[in-house]
Design a binder for this molecule. Structure first.
Ligand SMILES: *Cc1c(COP(=O)(O)O)cnc(C)c1O
Length: 400
């Protein structure tokens, strides 16, 4: 089996497992136990992980050192996004003399952000959903025009989990900072894959997830800016006051250690891996486009995740194609929405005909050249086989 679904999840890096093992066995202490060495060992490991996460995203203190205090550990990006947006709105409702309850987001968000914003809308918030261009990008001038005096925050996906398109976060951040609007970035796909710097990009809140960067499932982090400006969040989980009172619950020490190690590895491998993986991705793209008619690239041709290749295909059907690709693990779109079997809201937002089959190929750290060549061959053969089967959907038009 060739695994080309790295947007859905990634395998645990062996070095990450190795770092976690002591905390799954001998060093099982509770990081909040202040009275003995078991607790101290766990706490020390958690604090080291906080710095590893801070370093990956450029969270720095006044002196330029990685600022672990700005990292809140959670159960994953979904929880981070919930805490960021609901926590921010609740703080505003409780403490602002005249609460600003307008939020701005985009048409291409992950289900986690969409659903949180829908819930906030039902509770009286107003949300503006920015349109995107044919590549899936918003325009910073549209964003600027959408801001109002009562705009509290902008929430935006850094890189699309479907089409891989990267949003111009630094430009967006500069606009938000100038207008006094909080910026939350969903970096679940981008963290560890492309450069990220919360200071240079003026990001105030940032969500990430360990299992998207070769760490374990069920752990993630939320970056919360502590100065210039300080961002305050009302807790969404109450209890023992862990994580500076923002997120109660006994810390998942092995998971957090794994997330930290995954961030450290991603940081050291990032540049070389981006080059290697995008090279393989381009090779796969060239092979498919040379051999298949009626194939269309989705997302931005250059400003996209190194491992992302997303195409639409005429004359085949998504589910039949994926079922036919028995040796290739790929998907038709988002893992979180693909069980709904609805047309992708992301493709629809880019203006792509969603009646066409879509195929998302996600390359990653383990992907080899031999796998890419084999996958190309399998996909080409399967598309040909399905198209030559009677009663298949006809090609929409000859390839231009
Ligand atoms: C995977 C993903 C999430 C959700 O992360 P979990 O840790 O699985 O909850 C959110 N946003 C994006 C863009 C993702 O790819």
């Amino acid at each position: 089996m060739i695994y080309l679904d790295h947007h859905a999840t990634t395998p645990l890096d062996p070095a990450v497992l190795e770092a976690m093992m002591p905390f799954l066995t001998d060093r099982f202490g509770n990081a909040s136990s202040r009275q003995h060495a078991y607790g101290w060992a766990a706490e020390e490991a958690v604090e080291a992980a906080r710095e590893q996460v801070a370093r990956l995203i450029g969270a720095r203190d006044r002196l330029g050192a990685p600022c672990g205090k700005e990292i809140v550990f959670t159960s994953g990006a979904t929880e981070s996004i919930n805490l960021a947006l609901k926590g921010l709105v609740e703080t505003e409702r409780l403490h602002a003399p005249i609460p600003r309850l307008h939020l701005v987001s985009t048409r291409v968000e992950h289900a986690a952000t969409r659903d949180v914003l829908d819930a906030l809308m039902r509770q009286g918030c107003d949300v503006t959903w920015l349109e995107v261009d044919a590549f899936g990008r918003i325009s910073p001038s549209d964003l600027e025009a959408a801001l109002r005096p009562e705009t509290l925050a902008v929430s935006i996906l850094h890189a699309s989990n479907e089409i891989g398109t990267i949003q111009p976060i630094a430009e967006i951040g500069a606009i938000c900072r100038a207008r006094g609007v909080v910026l939350h970035v969903d970096a679940a796909q981008s963290a560890g894959k492309i450069p990220l710097d919360v200071e240079a990009m003026h990001v105030d809140l940032l969500s990430l997830s360990a299992h998207k960067l070769y760490g374990p499932k069920g752990v993630g982090a939320l970056y919360v800016r502590r100065r210039a400006p300080r961002v305050r969040l009302e807790p969404q989980l109450h209890g023992g006051g862990h994580e500076r009172g923002v997120r109660s619950g006994t810390l998942n020490v092995p998971g957090i250690v794994g997330l930290g190690k995954a961030c450290e590895l991603a940081e050291s491998l990032r540049a070389a891996e981006a080059e290697r993986v995008s090279g393989l991705r381009d090779r796969l793209q060239e092979r498919l486009f040379a051999a298949i008619e009626g194939i269309h690239l989705n997302g931005h041709p250059t400003d996209r995740l190194p491992g992302n290749l997303h195409v639409s295909l005429e004359g085949v059907e998504s589910q039949a194609l994926l079922m036919g690709l028995k040796e290739v693990a790929a998907s038709s779109g988002s893992a979180c929405a693909s069980d709904r079997l609805e047309p992708s809201h992301v493709l629809a937002a880019t203006g792509r005909d969603t009646a066409l089959a879509s195929l998302r190929l996600g390359l990653g750290r383990g992907t080899t050249e031999a796998e890419v060549d084999r996958a190309a061959q399998i996909i080409i053969q399967e598309v040909e086989r399905q198209r030559s089967t009677p009663c298949r959907i006809p090609l929409a038009s000859p390839r231009a």
